[in-house]
Write a protein of this length. Sequence first.
Length: 609
Amino acid sequence: MISPRWQKMLRDLRIAQGRVLMMVIAIAVGIFGVGSMLSAYAILTGELNRNYLSTNPASASFELDKVDDSLVDSVRVRPGIANAEVGSIVIARIEKKKDEWLPLLLFVVRDFNNMRINTVKHESGAWPPPKGSMLLERNALKVINAKVGDVYGVKTPSGQKHEVRISGSVHDPGVAPSWQEQTAYGYITPSTVSWLGENSTLHILKVTIKDQPLNMMAIDHTVKDLAGWLKQKGHVIEEIRIPPPGRHPHQHLMETVLMMLIIFGLMALVLSAILTATMVRGLLAQQVRQIGIMKAIGARSRQIAGQYLMLIALVGATAVILGLPLGIAAGRGFSRMMAQLLNIRLYSEGVTVWVYVVLILAGILVPLIVGLGPIFRATQITVREVLNDYGVSRKAFDSRRLFTLLGKIRGIDRTLVLAIRNTFRRRGRLLLTLGLLAAAGGMFITSLNVKTAWEHYLQDAITNHGYDLEIRFNRPEPQQKALAIVANVPGVKKVESWSMAPAAVDRLGSFAVVRTYPDGGHGGFTIRSVSPENNMLKSQLLEGRRLQQDDTNATVLNHMSNAVFPNVKAGDSITLLVNGKPVALRVVGIVRELLTPPTAYVSQYTFAK
Protein backbone atom coordinates (compact mmCIF):
# COMPACT_ATOMS: atom_id res chain seq x y z
CA MET A 1 0.00 0.00 0.00
CA ILE A 2 1.28 3.49 -0.90
CA SER A 3 2.04 5.73 2.06
CA PRO A 4 -0.05 8.91 2.47
CA ARG A 5 2.74 11.32 1.52
CA TRP A 6 3.36 9.55 -1.81
CA GLN A 7 -0.39 9.49 -2.39
CA LYS A 8 -0.30 13.25 -1.90
CA MET A 9 2.50 13.59 -4.44
CA LEU A 10 0.53 11.63 -7.04
CA ARG A 11 -2.55 13.74 -6.29
CA ASP A 12 -0.45 16.90 -6.74
CA LEU A 13 0.69 15.60 -10.13
CA ARG A 14 -2.91 15.10 -11.20
CA ILE A 15 -4.10 18.46 -9.92
CA ALA A 16 -1.17 20.46 -11.36
CA GLN A 17 -0.77 18.36 -14.50
CA GLY A 18 -0.70 21.45 -16.77
CA ARG A 19 2.07 23.05 -14.73
CA VAL A 20 3.98 19.77 -14.46
CA LEU A 21 3.66 19.17 -18.21
CA MET A 22 5.09 22.61 -18.89
CA MET A 23 8.05 21.85 -16.60
CA VAL A 24 8.66 18.55 -18.38
CA ILE A 25 8.56 20.22 -21.80
CA ALA A 26 10.85 23.06 -20.69
CA ILE A 27 13.50 20.71 -19.30
CA ALA A 28 13.15 18.33 -22.27
CA VAL A 29 13.80 21.23 -24.68
CA GLY A 30 16.96 22.13 -22.75
CA ILE A 31 18.11 18.49 -22.78
CA PHE A 32 17.34 18.31 -26.50
CA GLY A 33 19.46 21.39 -27.24
CA VAL A 34 22.44 20.32 -25.16
CA GLY A 35 22.13 16.67 -26.19
CA SER A 36 22.07 17.37 -29.93
CA MET A 37 25.20 19.51 -29.80
CA LEU A 38 27.09 17.34 -27.30
CA SER A 39 26.42 14.18 -29.30
CA ALA A 40 27.41 15.94 -32.54
CA TYR A 41 30.61 17.15 -30.87
CA ALA A 42 31.44 13.64 -29.64
CA ILE A 43 30.73 12.05 -33.04
CA LEU A 44 32.46 14.64 -35.21
CA THR A 45 35.64 15.06 -33.16
CA GLY A 46 36.14 11.31 -33.06
CA GLU A 47 35.32 10.74 -36.73
CA LEU A 48 37.32 13.75 -37.92
CA ASN A 49 40.40 12.44 -36.12
CA ARG A 50 39.73 8.94 -37.44
CA ASN A 51 39.41 10.17 -41.04
CA TYR A 52 42.45 12.42 -40.89
CA LEU A 53 44.73 9.96 -39.10
CA SER A 54 43.67 7.18 -41.48
CA THR A 55 45.62 9.02 -44.21
CA ASN A 56 48.81 8.64 -42.14
CA PRO A 57 49.54 12.38 -42.44
CA ALA A 58 53.16 13.42 -42.84
CA SER A 59 54.84 14.69 -39.69
CA ALA A 60 56.96 16.93 -41.94
CA SER A 61 57.55 17.59 -45.63
CA PHE A 62 60.97 18.61 -46.94
CA GLU A 63 61.11 20.58 -50.18
CA LEU A 64 64.46 19.62 -51.71
CA ASP A 65 66.23 20.13 -55.00
CA LYS A 66 65.67 16.46 -55.88
CA VAL A 67 64.42 13.29 -54.18
CA ASP A 68 65.18 9.83 -55.58
CA ASP A 69 64.47 6.29 -54.39
CA SER A 70 67.91 5.81 -52.85
CA LEU A 71 67.44 8.88 -50.66
CA VAL A 72 64.02 7.66 -49.52
CA ASP A 73 65.47 4.26 -48.61
CA SER A 74 68.27 5.91 -46.62
CA VAL A 75 65.84 8.18 -44.74
CA ARG A 76 63.61 5.27 -43.75
CA VAL A 77 66.41 3.71 -41.68
CA ARG A 78 67.34 6.98 -39.96
CA PRO A 79 66.83 7.13 -36.16
CA GLY A 80 63.34 8.29 -35.17
CA ILE A 81 61.88 7.95 -38.68
CA ALA A 82 58.88 5.64 -39.03
CA ASN A 83 58.43 5.98 -42.77
CA ALA A 84 59.39 8.11 -45.75
CA GLU A 85 57.97 8.70 -49.20
CA VAL A 86 58.61 10.89 -52.23
CA GLY A 87 56.08 13.15 -53.87
CA SER A 88 55.57 16.47 -55.57
CA ILE A 89 52.99 19.19 -56.09
CA VAL A 90 52.13 21.07 -59.27
CA ILE A 91 50.07 24.25 -59.00
CA ALA A 92 47.73 24.47 -61.97
CA ARG A 93 44.30 25.67 -63.07
CA ILE A 94 41.26 23.81 -64.36
CA GLU A 95 38.69 25.31 -66.73
CA LYS A 96 35.42 24.95 -64.87
CA LYS A 97 33.45 26.62 -67.66
CA LYS A 98 34.36 28.46 -70.83
CA ASP A 99 37.03 31.00 -69.77
CA GLU A 100 36.25 30.37 -66.08
CA TRP A 101 39.21 28.86 -64.25
CA LEU A 102 39.61 27.42 -60.77
CA PRO A 103 42.86 26.71 -58.88
CA LEU A 104 43.95 23.08 -59.22
CA LEU A 105 46.46 21.47 -56.89
CA LEU A 106 47.99 18.37 -58.47
CA PHE A 107 49.56 15.86 -56.08
CA VAL A 108 52.16 13.73 -57.86
CA VAL A 109 52.24 10.13 -56.59
CA ARG A 110 55.09 7.81 -57.55
CA ASP A 111 53.28 4.54 -56.82
CA PHE A 112 49.51 4.61 -56.27
CA ASN A 113 49.46 0.94 -55.24
CA ASN A 114 52.00 1.49 -52.46
CA MET A 115 51.05 4.82 -50.89
CA ARG A 116 52.35 5.09 -47.31
CA ILE A 117 51.97 8.73 -46.31
CA ASN A 118 49.10 11.16 -47.01
CA THR A 119 47.14 8.29 -48.51
CA VAL A 120 43.81 8.61 -50.34
CA LYS A 121 40.96 6.14 -50.72
CA HIS A 122 39.91 5.04 -54.19
CA GLU A 123 36.20 5.55 -54.85
CA SER A 124 35.54 5.09 -58.57
CA GLY A 125 37.16 4.80 -61.99
CA ALA A 126 40.72 3.82 -62.88
CA TRP A 127 43.41 3.11 -60.30
CA PRO A 128 46.11 4.25 -60.85
CA PRO A 129 45.22 6.98 -63.36
CA PRO A 130 46.55 6.38 -66.89
CA LYS A 131 49.00 8.79 -68.47
CA GLY A 132 47.28 12.02 -69.50
CA SER A 133 44.50 11.65 -66.94
CA MET A 134 43.97 12.45 -63.28
CA LEU A 135 42.00 11.31 -60.28
CA LEU A 136 39.91 14.08 -58.76
CA GLU A 137 38.95 14.43 -55.11
CA ARG A 138 35.24 13.58 -54.75
CA ASN A 139 34.37 16.98 -53.30
CA ALA A 140 36.08 18.72 -56.22
CA LEU A 141 33.82 16.83 -58.63
CA LYS A 142 30.85 18.64 -57.11
CA VAL A 143 32.60 22.01 -57.19
CA ILE A 144 33.30 21.89 -60.93
CA ASN A 145 30.11 19.92 -61.63
CA ALA A 146 32.01 17.05 -63.27
CA LYS A 147 31.76 13.29 -63.44
CA VAL A 148 34.23 10.50 -64.08
CA GLY A 149 35.10 10.35 -67.79
CA ASP A 150 34.73 14.09 -68.46
CA VAL A 151 37.57 16.02 -70.09
CA TYR A 152 38.63 19.42 -68.76
CA GLY A 153 41.20 21.97 -69.83
CA VAL A 154 44.18 22.19 -67.45
CA LYS A 155 46.94 24.80 -67.46
CA THR A 156 50.23 24.37 -65.60
CA PRO A 157 52.98 26.97 -64.95
CA SER A 158 54.42 26.20 -68.39
CA GLY A 159 51.39 27.99 -69.80
CA GLN A 160 50.25 25.19 -72.09
CA LYS A 161 46.61 24.11 -72.02
CA HIS A 162 46.01 20.37 -72.09
CA GLU A 163 42.79 18.39 -72.26
CA VAL A 164 42.92 16.07 -69.24
CA ARG A 165 40.45 13.28 -68.65
CA ILE A 166 39.06 12.64 -65.16
CA SER A 167 39.72 8.90 -64.96
CA GLY A 168 38.40 8.38 -61.42
CA SER A 169 37.66 9.84 -58.02
CA VAL A 170 39.21 9.50 -54.58
CA HIS A 171 38.41 10.55 -51.05
CA ASP A 172 41.14 12.57 -49.34
CA PRO A 173 40.14 13.60 -45.79
CA GLY A 174 43.61 15.12 -45.32
CA VAL A 175 42.79 18.26 -47.31
CA ALA A 176 40.25 21.00 -46.70
CA PRO A 177 36.95 20.65 -48.62
CA SER A 178 37.20 22.03 -52.16
CA TRP A 179 34.07 24.14 -51.83
CA GLN A 180 35.55 26.01 -48.86
CA GLU A 181 38.92 26.71 -50.48
CA GLN A 182 37.50 27.00 -54.02
CA THR A 183 40.38 24.75 -55.07
CA ALA A 184 40.23 21.41 -56.87
CA TYR A 185 42.58 18.59 -55.86
CA GLY A 186 43.92 16.17 -58.47
CA TYR A 187 46.21 13.13 -58.25
CA ILE A 188 48.51 12.20 -61.12
CA THR A 189 51.57 10.08 -61.96
CA PRO A 190 55.04 11.45 -62.86
CA SER A 191 54.44 10.43 -66.49
CA THR A 192 51.41 12.74 -66.61
CA VAL A 193 53.57 15.57 -65.25
CA SER A 194 55.94 15.13 -68.21
CA TRP A 195 52.96 14.94 -70.57
CA LEU A 196 51.76 18.30 -69.19
CA GLY A 197 55.13 19.82 -70.10
CA GLU A 198 56.45 20.14 -66.54
CA ASN A 199 59.62 18.81 -64.94
CA SER A 200 58.81 15.33 -63.62
CA THR A 201 61.61 15.39 -61.04
CA LEU A 202 60.07 14.74 -57.62
CA HIS A 203 61.26 17.15 -54.97
CA ILE A 204 59.19 16.64 -51.80
CA LEU A 205 60.28 14.21 -49.10
CA LYS A 206 57.49 13.25 -46.69
CA VAL A 207 58.32 11.62 -43.36
CA THR A 208 56.53 10.35 -40.27
CA ILE A 209 58.28 9.93 -36.93
CA LYS A 210 58.25 6.94 -34.60
CA ASP A 211 58.20 8.25 -31.06
CA GLN A 212 55.46 10.64 -29.91
CA PRO A 213 54.14 11.39 -33.42
CA LEU A 214 51.64 13.90 -32.01
CA ASN A 215 54.21 15.79 -29.93
CA MET A 216 55.45 18.96 -31.63
CA MET A 217 58.71 19.08 -29.65
CA ALA A 218 59.50 15.49 -30.58
CA ILE A 219 58.76 16.23 -34.24
CA ASP A 220 60.97 19.34 -34.20
CA HIS A 221 63.86 17.40 -32.65
CA THR A 222 63.68 14.58 -35.21
CA VAL A 223 63.18 16.96 -38.14
CA LYS A 224 66.14 19.10 -37.10
CA ASP A 225 68.34 16.02 -36.91
CA LEU A 226 67.17 14.81 -40.33
CA ALA A 227 67.61 18.28 -41.88
CA GLY A 228 71.21 18.40 -40.68
CA TRP A 229 71.87 14.96 -42.18
CA LEU A 230 70.32 15.98 -45.51
CA LYS A 231 72.49 19.08 -45.62
CA GLN A 232 75.60 17.00 -44.99
CA LYS A 233 74.62 14.81 -47.94
CA GLY A 234 74.63 17.89 -50.15
CA HIS A 235 70.88 18.41 -50.54
CA VAL A 236 69.48 21.92 -50.74
CA ILE A 237 66.51 22.36 -48.40
CA GLU A 238 64.15 25.00 -49.75
CA GLU A 239 61.56 24.69 -47.01
CA ILE A 240 60.31 22.41 -44.24
CA ARG A 241 56.58 22.16 -43.65
CA ILE A 242 55.36 20.88 -40.29
CA PRO A 243 51.56 20.80 -39.90
CA PRO A 244 49.82 20.81 -36.51
CA PRO A 245 50.19 17.13 -35.52
CA GLY A 246 47.03 15.04 -35.68
CA ARG A 247 44.66 17.92 -36.49
CA HIS A 248 42.54 18.31 -39.60
CA PRO A 249 42.96 21.69 -41.40
CA HIS A 250 39.45 22.77 -40.36
CA GLN A 251 39.20 21.03 -37.00
CA HIS A 252 39.56 24.27 -35.04
CA LEU A 253 36.77 25.86 -37.09
CA MET A 254 34.45 22.92 -36.48
CA GLU A 255 35.16 22.85 -32.74
CA THR A 256 34.52 26.60 -32.45
CA VAL A 257 31.14 26.38 -34.18
CA LEU A 258 30.06 23.37 -32.11
CA MET A 259 31.19 24.99 -28.86
CA MET A 260 29.12 28.08 -29.64
CA LEU A 261 26.06 25.90 -30.29
CA ILE A 262 26.69 23.95 -27.07
CA ILE A 263 26.72 27.24 -25.15
CA PHE A 264 23.34 28.15 -26.62
CA GLY A 265 22.06 24.71 -25.61
CA LEU A 266 23.29 25.25 -22.05
CA MET A 267 21.57 28.63 -21.98
CA ALA A 268 18.33 26.92 -22.98
CA LEU A 269 18.81 24.37 -20.18
CA VAL A 270 19.44 27.11 -17.60
CA LEU A 271 16.37 28.94 -18.86
CA SER A 272 14.26 25.80 -18.44
CA ALA A 273 15.69 25.30 -14.94
CA ILE A 274 14.71 28.82 -13.92
CA LEU A 275 11.24 28.24 -15.35
CA THR A 276 11.02 25.04 -13.31
CA ALA A 277 12.05 26.87 -10.14
CA THR A 278 9.41 29.55 -10.82
CA MET A 279 6.68 26.94 -11.22
CA VAL A 280 7.82 25.04 -8.13
CA ARG A 281 7.70 28.29 -6.18
CA GLY A 282 4.15 28.90 -7.35
CA LEU A 283 3.12 25.33 -6.49
CA LEU A 284 4.60 25.64 -2.99
CA ALA A 285 2.84 28.99 -2.46
CA GLN A 286 -0.47 27.22 -3.02
CA GLN A 287 0.41 24.45 -0.57
CA VAL A 288 1.65 26.49 2.40
CA ARG A 289 -1.32 25.42 4.53
CA GLN A 290 -0.88 21.78 3.48
CA ILE A 291 2.74 21.94 4.61
CA GLY A 292 1.59 23.45 7.92
CA ILE A 293 -0.98 20.66 8.41
CA MET A 294 1.63 17.96 7.66
CA LYS A 295 3.93 19.53 10.25
CA ALA A 296 1.07 19.73 12.75
CA ILE A 297 0.55 15.97 12.56
CA GLY A 298 4.27 15.20 12.94
CA ALA A 299 5.95 15.54 9.57
CA ARG A 300 9.55 16.80 9.60
CA SER A 301 10.98 19.46 7.30
CA ARG A 302 13.40 16.88 5.85
CA GLN A 303 10.55 14.51 4.97
CA ILE A 304 8.49 17.25 3.33
CA ALA A 305 11.51 18.56 1.40
CA GLY A 306 12.30 15.02 0.23
CA GLN A 307 8.76 14.66 -1.08
CA TYR A 308 8.97 17.79 -3.21
CA LEU A 309 12.52 17.00 -4.35
CA MET A 310 11.30 13.58 -5.45
CA LEU A 311 8.56 15.33 -7.43
CA ILE A 312 11.16 17.50 -9.24
CA ALA A 313 13.41 14.47 -9.81
CA LEU A 314 10.48 12.61 -11.34
CA VAL A 315 9.75 15.60 -13.61
CA GLY A 316 13.45 15.78 -14.59
CA ALA A 317 13.65 12.05 -15.30
CA THR A 318 10.56 12.23 -17.48
CA ALA A 319 12.06 15.17 -19.36
CA VAL A 320 15.30 13.21 -19.89
CA ILE A 321 13.36 10.24 -21.25
CA LEU A 322 11.66 12.57 -23.75
CA GLY A 323 14.53 14.91 -24.65
CA LEU A 324 17.57 12.62 -24.65
CA PRO A 325 16.64 10.27 -27.55
CA LEU A 326 15.45 13.21 -29.66
CA GLY A 327 18.63 15.15 -28.90
CA ILE A 328 20.86 12.18 -29.80
CA ALA A 329 18.92 11.65 -33.04
CA ALA A 330 19.21 15.35 -33.93
CA GLY A 331 22.94 15.26 -33.10
CA ARG A 332 23.45 12.35 -35.48
CA GLY A 333 21.56 14.18 -38.22
CA PHE A 334 23.64 17.31 -37.63
CA SER A 335 26.81 15.18 -37.72
CA ARG A 336 25.85 13.77 -41.12
CA MET A 337 25.33 17.28 -42.45
CA MET A 338 28.67 18.50 -41.05
CA ALA A 339 30.41 15.40 -42.41
CA GLN A 340 29.34 16.41 -45.90
CA LEU A 341 30.59 19.95 -45.34
CA LEU A 342 33.94 18.72 -43.97
CA ASN A 343 34.24 15.97 -46.60
CA ILE A 344 34.67 13.15 -44.10
CA ARG A 345 33.11 9.72 -43.83
CA LEU A 346 31.19 8.72 -40.70
CA TYR A 347 32.30 5.19 -39.92
CA SER A 348 30.28 5.21 -36.70
CA GLU A 349 27.50 7.35 -35.26
CA GLY A 350 27.88 5.88 -31.80
CA VAL A 351 27.75 8.36 -28.92
CA THR A 352 30.17 7.86 -26.04
CA VAL A 353 28.87 7.02 -22.56
CA TRP A 354 29.95 10.34 -21.04
CA VAL A 355 27.40 12.19 -23.20
CA TYR A 356 24.53 10.10 -21.76
CA VAL A 357 25.85 10.56 -18.22
CA VAL A 358 26.13 14.33 -18.61
CA LEU A 359 22.63 14.64 -20.07
CA ILE A 360 21.01 12.45 -17.39
CA LEU A 361 22.74 14.34 -14.60
CA ALA A 362 21.90 17.70 -16.17
CA GLY A 363 18.24 16.81 -16.64
CA ILE A 364 17.81 15.67 -13.04
CA LEU A 365 20.37 17.61 -10.98
CA VAL A 366 19.95 21.08 -12.56
CA PRO A 367 16.20 21.31 -11.73
CA LEU A 368 16.92 19.89 -8.26
CA ILE A 369 19.61 22.48 -7.60
CA VAL A 370 17.50 25.45 -8.69
CA GLY A 371 14.51 24.07 -6.76
CA LEU A 372 16.42 23.63 -3.49
CA GLY A 373 16.03 27.27 -2.48
CA PRO A 374 12.24 27.55 -2.82
CA ILE A 375 11.71 24.09 -1.26
CA PHE A 376 14.03 24.82 1.66
CA ARG A 377 12.30 28.12 2.46
CA ALA A 378 8.81 26.65 2.11
CA THR A 379 9.50 23.63 4.32
CA GLN A 380 11.06 25.75 7.08
CA ILE A 381 7.74 27.49 7.77
CA THR A 382 6.28 26.81 11.21
CA VAL A 383 2.71 25.88 12.10
CA ARG A 384 2.23 29.22 13.82
CA GLU A 385 3.34 31.15 10.72
CA VAL A 386 0.88 29.16 8.63
CA LEU A 387 -1.99 29.99 11.01
CA ASN A 388 -0.99 33.69 10.98
CA ASP A 389 -0.55 33.83 7.19
CA TYR A 390 -2.87 36.48 5.78
CA GLY A 391 -1.12 37.24 2.52
CA VAL A 392 1.32 40.13 2.75
CA SER A 393 4.73 39.63 4.34
CA ARG A 394 6.00 42.59 6.26
CA LYS A 395 9.55 41.50 5.46
CA ALA A 396 9.09 41.73 1.69
CA PHE A 397 11.24 44.66 0.59
CA ASP A 398 10.26 46.57 3.75
CA SER A 399 6.65 46.56 2.51
CA ARG A 400 5.44 48.93 5.24
CA ARG A 401 7.51 51.80 3.84
CA LEU A 402 6.57 50.92 0.27
CA PHE A 403 2.86 50.73 1.02
CA THR A 404 2.99 53.92 3.09
CA LEU A 405 4.65 55.69 0.17
CA LEU A 406 2.05 54.33 -2.24
CA GLY A 407 -0.73 55.52 0.05
CA LYS A 408 0.57 59.12 0.02
CA ILE A 409 0.58 59.35 -3.78
CA ARG A 410 -2.62 60.90 -5.08
CA GLY A 411 -4.19 60.47 -8.46
CA ILE A 412 -3.14 56.83 -8.93
CA ASP A 413 -5.75 54.25 -9.75
CA ARG A 414 -6.31 51.97 -6.74
CA THR A 415 -6.18 48.95 -9.06
CA LEU A 416 -2.60 49.88 -10.01
CA VAL A 417 -1.68 50.29 -6.33
CA LEU A 418 -3.11 46.83 -5.61
CA ALA A 419 -1.15 45.38 -8.52
CA ILE A 420 2.10 46.87 -7.20
CA ARG A 421 1.37 45.60 -3.69
CA ASN A 422 0.75 42.08 -5.03
CA THR A 423 3.93 42.25 -7.11
CA PHE A 424 6.04 42.64 -3.97
CA ARG A 425 3.96 40.26 -1.90
CA ARG A 426 6.31 37.31 -2.53
CA ARG A 427 9.91 38.44 -2.83
CA GLY A 428 11.28 35.03 -3.90
CA ARG A 429 8.66 34.57 -6.58
CA LEU A 430 9.38 38.07 -7.90
CA LEU A 431 13.11 37.36 -8.14
CA LEU A 432 12.52 34.08 -9.95
CA THR A 433 10.14 35.73 -12.40
CA LEU A 434 12.60 38.53 -13.09
CA GLY A 435 15.40 35.96 -13.46
CA LEU A 436 13.32 33.98 -15.94
CA LEU A 437 12.54 37.04 -18.05
CA ALA A 438 16.13 38.26 -17.86
CA ALA A 439 17.54 34.88 -18.92
CA ALA A 440 15.08 34.59 -21.81
CA GLY A 441 15.77 38.13 -22.95
CA GLY A 442 19.52 37.64 -22.58
CA MET A 443 19.43 34.49 -24.67
CA PHE A 444 17.40 36.19 -27.39
CA ILE A 445 19.67 39.25 -27.46
CA THR A 446 22.79 37.04 -27.49
CA SER A 447 21.57 35.16 -30.57
CA LEU A 448 20.80 38.45 -32.33
CA ASN A 449 24.21 39.84 -31.37
CA VAL A 450 26.03 36.78 -32.72
CA LYS A 451 24.10 37.01 -36.01
CA THR A 452 24.70 40.75 -36.33
CA ALA A 453 28.38 40.46 -35.35
CA TRP A 454 29.01 37.81 -38.01
CA GLU A 455 27.29 39.92 -40.69
CA HIS A 456 29.35 42.97 -39.67
CA TYR A 457 32.50 40.82 -39.67
CA LEU A 458 31.90 39.73 -43.26
CA GLN A 459 31.02 43.27 -44.32
CA ASP A 460 34.19 44.64 -42.71
CA ALA A 461 36.22 41.97 -44.50
CA ILE A 462 34.74 43.09 -47.84
CA THR A 463 35.35 46.75 -47.01
CA ASN A 464 38.97 46.12 -46.01
CA HIS A 465 39.71 44.85 -49.51
CA GLY A 466 38.91 47.78 -51.77
CA TYR A 467 39.36 45.81 -54.96
CA ASP A 468 37.25 43.36 -56.95
CA LEU A 469 39.86 41.08 -58.50
CA GLU A 470 43.34 39.83 -57.69
CA ILE A 471 45.39 38.26 -60.50
CA ARG A 472 48.41 36.15 -59.61
CA PHE A 473 50.96 35.30 -62.27
CA ASN A 474 52.73 31.95 -62.45
CA ARG A 475 56.07 33.72 -62.86
CA PRO A 476 57.34 37.30 -62.50
CA GLU A 477 56.15 39.65 -65.22
CA PRO A 478 57.35 43.17 -66.20
CA GLN A 479 55.38 45.58 -64.05
CA GLN A 480 54.68 48.29 -66.63
CA LYS A 481 53.63 45.76 -69.26
CA ALA A 482 51.19 44.02 -66.94
CA LEU A 483 49.72 47.31 -65.67
CA ALA A 484 49.25 48.61 -69.21
CA ILE A 485 47.44 45.45 -70.33
CA VAL A 486 45.04 45.41 -67.38
CA ALA A 487 44.44 49.17 -67.40
CA ASN A 488 43.30 49.02 -71.03
CA VAL A 489 40.59 46.47 -70.29
CA PRO A 490 37.16 48.17 -70.55
CA GLY A 491 35.58 48.74 -67.16
CA VAL A 492 38.83 48.76 -65.18
CA LYS A 493 38.92 51.85 -62.98
CA LYS A 494 42.22 51.36 -61.16
CA VAL A 495 45.02 48.84 -61.06
CA GLU A 496 47.98 48.37 -58.71
CA SER A 497 50.91 45.99 -58.79
CA TRP A 498 51.93 43.98 -55.76
CA SER A 499 54.57 41.34 -55.23
CA MET A 500 54.37 38.47 -52.80
CA ALA A 501 56.50 35.61 -51.60
CA PRO A 502 56.12 32.86 -49.01
CA ALA A 503 58.03 33.46 -45.80
CA ALA A 504 58.96 31.29 -42.84
CA VAL A 505 58.69 32.48 -39.27
CA ASP A 506 60.26 29.54 -37.42
CA ARG A 507 63.80 28.23 -37.62
CA LEU A 508 65.30 24.90 -36.72
CA GLY A 509 68.94 25.91 -36.64
CA SER A 510 69.51 27.41 -40.09
CA PHE A 511 66.48 25.78 -41.74
CA ALA A 512 63.24 27.52 -42.70
CA VAL A 513 60.17 25.94 -41.13
CA VAL A 514 56.56 26.74 -42.03
CA ARG A 515 53.81 25.53 -39.69
CA THR A 516 51.47 24.61 -42.47
CA TYR A 517 49.94 21.63 -44.22
CA PRO A 518 51.46 19.82 -47.21
CA ASP A 519 49.30 21.84 -49.63
CA GLY A 520 50.98 25.02 -48.38
CA GLY A 521 47.79 26.49 -46.91
CA HIS A 522 46.30 26.97 -43.44
CA GLY A 523 49.10 28.50 -41.44
CA GLY A 524 51.43 29.88 -44.09
CA PHE A 525 53.02 33.31 -43.78
CA THR A 526 53.30 35.76 -46.68
CA ILE A 527 55.39 38.85 -47.29
CA ARG A 528 53.84 41.40 -49.66
CA SER A 529 55.00 44.63 -51.24
CA VAL A 530 52.61 47.57 -51.46
CA SER A 531 53.13 51.14 -52.59
CA PRO A 532 52.83 53.86 -49.93
CA GLU A 533 50.08 55.41 -52.07
CA ASN A 534 48.11 52.16 -51.87
CA ASN A 535 44.38 52.85 -51.78
CA MET A 536 43.09 49.33 -52.21
CA LEU A 537 43.78 48.06 -48.71
CA LYS A 538 41.51 49.92 -46.30
CA SER A 539 42.46 48.06 -43.17
CA GLN A 540 42.04 49.68 -39.77
CA LEU A 541 45.25 50.85 -38.11
CA LEU A 542 45.47 49.34 -34.62
CA GLU A 543 48.91 50.49 -33.56
CA GLY A 544 51.84 52.54 -34.87
CA ARG A 545 51.69 53.97 -38.39
CA ARG A 546 51.41 52.91 -42.02
CA LEU A 547 54.28 52.45 -44.48
CA GLN A 548 55.92 55.59 -45.85
CA GLN A 549 57.79 56.29 -49.08
CA ASP A 550 61.26 56.30 -47.50
CA ASP A 551 60.75 53.23 -45.27
CA THR A 552 63.48 50.63 -45.56
CA ASN A 553 63.50 47.32 -43.72
CA ALA A 554 60.16 48.32 -42.19
CA THR A 555 56.97 46.29 -42.13
CA VAL A 556 53.33 46.58 -41.19
CA LEU A 557 51.82 43.34 -39.87
CA ASN A 558 48.19 42.39 -39.98
CA HIS A 559 46.64 41.34 -36.69
CA MET A 560 46.53 37.67 -37.78
CA SER A 561 50.32 37.69 -37.40
CA ASN A 562 49.81 37.52 -33.64
CA ALA A 563 49.36 33.78 -34.13
CA VAL A 564 53.03 33.48 -35.13
CA PHE A 565 54.45 36.56 -33.38
CA PRO A 566 52.72 36.60 -29.99
CA ASN A 567 52.60 39.96 -28.21
CA VAL A 568 54.32 41.77 -31.10
CA LYS A 569 53.92 45.54 -31.06
CA ALA A 570 55.04 48.57 -33.02
CA GLY A 571 58.77 49.18 -32.56
CA ASP A 572 59.68 45.49 -32.22
CA SER A 573 62.00 43.71 -34.61
CA ILE A 574 61.18 40.40 -36.27
CA THR A 575 63.12 38.01 -38.48
CA LEU A 576 61.61 36.20 -41.46
CA LEU A 577 63.17 33.65 -43.74
CA VAL A 578 62.52 34.46 -47.40
CA ASN A 579 64.03 32.17 -50.04
CA GLY A 580 66.10 30.56 -47.33
CA LYS A 581 67.70 33.85 -46.17
CA PRO A 582 67.01 35.66 -42.89
CA VAL A 583 65.42 39.09 -43.28
CA ALA A 584 65.35 41.47 -40.30
CA LEU A 585 62.39 43.86 -40.29
CA ARG A 586 61.23 46.59 -37.95
CA VAL A 587 57.52 46.60 -37.15
CA VAL A 588 56.18 50.15 -37.61
CA GLY A 589 52.49 49.34 -37.43
CA ILE A 590 49.78 46.72 -36.99
CA VAL A 591 46.52 46.70 -38.95
CA ARG A 592 43.27 44.79 -38.56
CA GLU A 593 42.71 42.62 -41.60
CA LEU A 594 39.89 40.07 -41.64
CA LEU A 595 39.75 36.73 -43.46
CA THR A 596 43.39 37.07 -44.46
CA PRO A 597 46.32 34.82 -43.48
CA PRO A 598 49.28 36.20 -41.50
CA THR A 599 50.96 38.79 -43.73
CA ALA A 600 53.86 41.24 -43.50
CA TYR A 601 53.55 44.31 -45.76
CA VAL A 602 56.75 46.00 -46.90
CA SER A 603 57.64 48.74 -49.37
CA GLN A 604 58.45 47.85 -52.97
CA TYR A 605 62.07 48.88 -52.38
CA THR A 606 62.41 46.56 -49.37
CA PHE A 607 60.80 43.67 -51.24
CA ALA A 608 63.11 44.13 -54.22
CA LYS A 609 66.17 44.27 -51.98
